[in-house]
Structure formats: structure tokens, C-alpha cells
Design a protein around this ligand. Structure first.
Ligand code: NAP
Ligand code: HSE
Length: 440
């Protein structure tokens, strides 16, 4: 072992993910080092509270409360940013990259907000930025897009990118479990973000979609340029209605590119998927991604999308890439580490280019003529109704009306929904879900 180079690693963050990295690196160190030909030295870790009880033990002497001290420590070549947030995390990441270091990050919120600046800093200063753990936990989707599928352009990528939401939706559907109880369990299991709104309101999925869109298309799409809807409006009744119609409900990221028009669309929303669709059957904390390339066709990836072990696996794969860089030098630059800008300058697609069938749930007064008024609003916007399910609503004198439409477009549906919400006979905010006819 003495002839091996040593990679000194600093962990900024020793929470769910940081402890997982330490645990698995320690357990598999001998095998990893012999495969890599590099000694992996976990030099220091930064935490907020060094006195906190941790299930994975670390010598107190290795702990600091100053993550920047790790980024600036000349003996540390590799900084793992596993804290979360976008302020201190950005400072630490940029400080390390500006010294030509390697940074490994699990922080999709940071990459979505500051990816352009981070990649530019890495390129300018000879640093490297690896982020396999930022999307889909243990699934090596970054490597798949960057390396395995480099021959392709990607007309469609879609899938489940948030383990917490898929866990909640699965428990609601299969166990009829109350939302708040399932969310608390997802937090206890280490799946949820420190701010759980990032998960349930769709932002975490949007951050990951932004990373995938950049990798696949070379264009940074910010969350305010996407449709972003979360799962908090979904009720157990929606699962029952969806099942009656032959669908399951999943929170999806959908990234489509019209290769002829060169228009890109990134959206995040709960989606009705046909019950036979593979992704409709992916349960619990698992994520799944369907990637359609113009050369390869459709490929599918599935695995645990959150939690300590799955995420540690992805971080350690980046650490292994860092070790390979150390051993083989800058010549071992990884394929497509930073994608080139989209060919021909990709632009964002207009809303009317989003075409699909829709599911609309309304709580209405249970009175004569209400259905006719609803139908007339839809007709005014040229939205054609495909099916109607009426059932008693929980409140007295009200009915739940679930309509599905034939194919329409986003502009027409949003206008329809606005007008429906304004009807005196519509009692609550309408729920609009999109139907995903992806054909795989
Ligand atoms: P976590 O359990 O909350 O851990 C965060 C760690 O960072 C803790 O050790 C915390 O210290 C430390 N920290 C936070 N602010 C700090 C500061 N100002 N100074 C020093 N240390 C600080 O979070 P996590 O679940 O491990 O997630 C970490 C990152 O991985 C996030 O970006 C998250 O989005 C991402 N990620 C998480 C998962 C997952 O399944 N959990 C999966 C993929 C990606 P204390 O321990 O003292 O509080
Ligand atoms: N909170 C995230 C999730 C962690 O549930 O998917 C993994 O990125």
C-alpha cells in the first residue's frame, strides 16, 4: 500500500449522507483502495454541532464547525459538500474549485441555482465538480447520460425523481395512510429534505430535472421557467378515481425536446400513468427514469432514490472518479464532464406545445344544471370531455365531479380551469392532473 497515492477527503456535512459515506467507505476501504490503486483518507468533517449524538462514530479530533476551513485546507484534495442549502454550500464549493480541487456534491438545489457559476469556476481553475448523488439517489443516471448515452440526443426523459413523494404517494394509495403520518415517517427514514416543502411541493424534483436537462441538452432551465406542482393537493379519492379510470398517480419530472423545432420543455407535476406503465408500478422510496435517445431508443433505470445507503453509493462512485483523476492526472478528464451548449441554441417551448389528456376534479353544488355549466366552459375553450365520474362529496349538498378530457393543450386547460374556479357552483379550488401517455 505504501506506493499508493493518498486522496485526502474532507466531508462538509456529517448528517444522513455524510455518515453513510463514512460508514461504507470505512467498511469497504480495503477493496476500494485495491481496485482504485489510491489510498482513501477521510481527513476531516464539518458539522454544525460537534456534540450531537451520531449513529456513525467519528473521532472528535477530525470534526470542525468551519466547512470553509476544509475547503481551504491545502492537504485536502477532495471536498464532499453534503450540507445542503445554497449559501454556505456555494461558498465552500467555489472556494475549493478555485484552488483546483475536486468537489463532490449531492446538492441539487445548489446546482440548479448556481450550476453555471460552479462549472465555470471548475473550468477556469482546473477543478472538477462531480454530482452523481444529486439526482435519483443510488441510480447512476448522471453517468448514464454523460457517458453511456453520449451518442444520443434526447427527445424525452421522464420519471420519478423524489423518493419522499413516491414513498408518501405509495403509502396513501396502498395503505390509505394519512399524509402527515407518512411524511413524518419519510423524515425519520432520512429521505426528506431538511425543509420538507422542497420535496412535497415539487421543488426538489424540479432541481433534479434542471440538472438532467442541463446534462442532456446543455441548457440551464430555472424552476421559474418550468411548471412545478407538488403532491399536497392529492387525496385518497384521487387514487380511487384514477384506479377506476385505469391509472396510477406519480410525481414526475418530464423533460421533452422537439428536435425539429429545437424547443425544450421541463415540467414537474403529479401525473396519471396507465396502470401497466413500468414507472406507474415503482413504489416506495424508489425512483425510476425513462430515457429516450434518438440512437438507443428507450432505456429504463430504477433504484432507491433517497436515504443514507443509496446516496452514499453515489457519492462514493464520485470519490472513485476523483481517485482515478488523482492517479491518472488531468488527462483522465471524464467524458462530457460539462456538456457543450445545445446544438443550434435550444429555446423554451411555449405552453401550447404541451399536449396531453387531463383529469379535472371539482367539488360542486349538487344541483340541476351544474354539469351543463361545467361542460359549457370546457366547450368554450375547445376542450373535449372524455369521461365523467360523479360521486357524493364529504360535505352536505356537494358532489365530486371528475372529468377526463381528450387531448388538449396547457394554454386551453389553464384558461378552462380559471373559468371553472370562478363559477358560483364550483366550491373548492379545482384540481388539474395531467395524463402521461408516454407509450412505454
Ligand atoms: P442532514 O442529515 O441534515 O445533514 C447535513 C449535515 O451538514 C449535518 O451534519 C450538519 O451538521 C451539517 N451542516 C449543516 N449546516 C452546516 C453549517 N453551517 N456548518 C457546518 N455543518 C453544517 O442532510 P442530508 O440528508 O445528509 O443531506 C445533505 C445533502 O445531500 C443535501 O444537499 C441533500 O439535498 C442531499 N441529498 C440527500 C439525500 C438523502 O436521502 N438524505 C439524497 C440525495 C441528496 P449537524 O449534523 O451538526 O447538524
Ligand atoms: N429528499 C430527496 C428525496 C432526497 O426524497 O428524493 C434525495 O435527493
Amino acid at each position: 500500500m505504501s506506493e499508493f497515492l493518498t486522496l485526502n477527503i474532507g466531508l462538509c456535512g456529517f448528517g444522513t449522507v455524510g455518515q453513510g459515506v463514512w460508514k461504507h467507505l470505512s467498511a469497504n476501504r480495503a477493496e476500494l483502495e485495491s481496485r482504485l490503486g489510491v489510498k482513501l483518507n477521510l481527513a476531516r468533517a464539518a458539522v454544525r454541532d460537534p456534540g450531537k449524538h451520531r449513529t456513525v462514530k467519528i473521532p472528535r479530533s477530525k470534526l470542525t464547525t468551519d466547512p470553509l476551513a476544509i475547503a481551504n485546507d491545502p492537504s485536502i484534495q477532495l471536498v464532499c459538500e453534503l450540507m445542503g442549502g445554497t449559501t454556505l454550500a456555494r461558498q465552500v464549493t467555489l472556494a475549493a474549485l478555485r484552488q483546483g480541487k475536486i468537489v463532490v456534491s449531492a446538492n441539487k438545489a445548489l446546482i440548479c441555482a448556481h450550476g453555471r457559476e460552479i462549472i465555470a469556476a471548475a473550468q477556469e481553475h482546473g477543478g472538477h465538480f462531480f454530482f452523481e448523488a444529486s439526482v435519483a439517489g443510488g441510480i447512476p443516471i448522471i453517468k448514464a447520460l454523460r457517458e453511456g448515452l453520449v451518442a444520443n440526443r434526447f427527445p424525452r426523459i421522464y420519471g420519478i425523481l423524489n423518493g419522499t413523494c413516491n414513498y408518501i404517494l405509495t403509502q396513501m394509495e396502498e395503505q390509505d395512510a394519512p399524509y402527515a403520518e407518512v411524511l413524518a415517517e419519510a423524515k425519520r427514514l432520512g429521505y426528506a429534505e431538511a425543509d420538507e416543502a422542497l420535496d412535497v411541493d415539487g421543488w426538489d424534483t424540479a432541481h433534479k430535472a434542471s440538472v438532467l436537462a442541463w446534462l442532456a441538452h446543455g441548457m440551464w432551465v430555472k424552476t421559474d421557467q418550468m411548471i412545478v406542482e407538488g403532491i399536497s393537493g392529492i387525496t385518497p379519492a384521487d387514487f380511487k378515481n384514477a384506479a377506476t379510470l385505469g391509472f396510477g398517480i406519480k410525481l414526475l419530472a418530464v423533460i421533452t425536446r422537439d428536435l425539429a423545432k429545437n424547443e425544450l420543455c421541463v415540467r414537474v407535476h403529479p401525473t396519471l400513468l396507465p396502470a401497466g406503465n413500468v414507472i406507474a408500478n415503482v413504489s416506495g422510496v424508489f425512483n425510476a427514469i425513462s430515457v429516450t435517445g434518438d440512437v438507443v431508443g428507450t432505456t429504463l433505470y430504477s433504484g432507491r432514490g433517497a436515504g443514507q445507503d443509496a446516496t452514499a453509493s453515489a457519492v462514493i462512485s464520485d470519490i472513485a472518479d476523483a481517485a482515478a483523476l488523482l492517479k491518472h492526472g488531468k488527462g483522465a478528464h471524464l467524458i462530457g464532464e460539462a456538456p457543450t451548449p445545445a446544438r443550434g441554441g435550444c429555446k423554451l417551448a411555449p405552453p401550447e406545445s404541451i399536449r396531453c389528456r387531463y383529469y379535472v376534479r371539482l367539488t360542486v353544488k349538487d344541483q340541476p344544471g351544474v354539469l351543463a355549466r361545467v361542460a359549457s366552459v370546457m366547450a368554450r375553450h375547445l376542450v373535449s370531455i372524455a369521461s365523467v365520474i360523479q360521486s357524493p362529496a364529504e360535505r352536505a349538498g356537494a358532489a365530486s365531479l371528475v372529468l377526463t378530457t381528450h387531448e388538449s393543450n396547457e394554454r386551453a386547460m389553464l384558461a378552462t380551469l380559471k373559468q371553472l374556479a370562478g363559477l358560483g357552483s364550483v366550491l373548492d379550488r379545482p384540481l388539474l392532473l395531467r395524463i402521461g401517455d408516454f407509450g412505454d
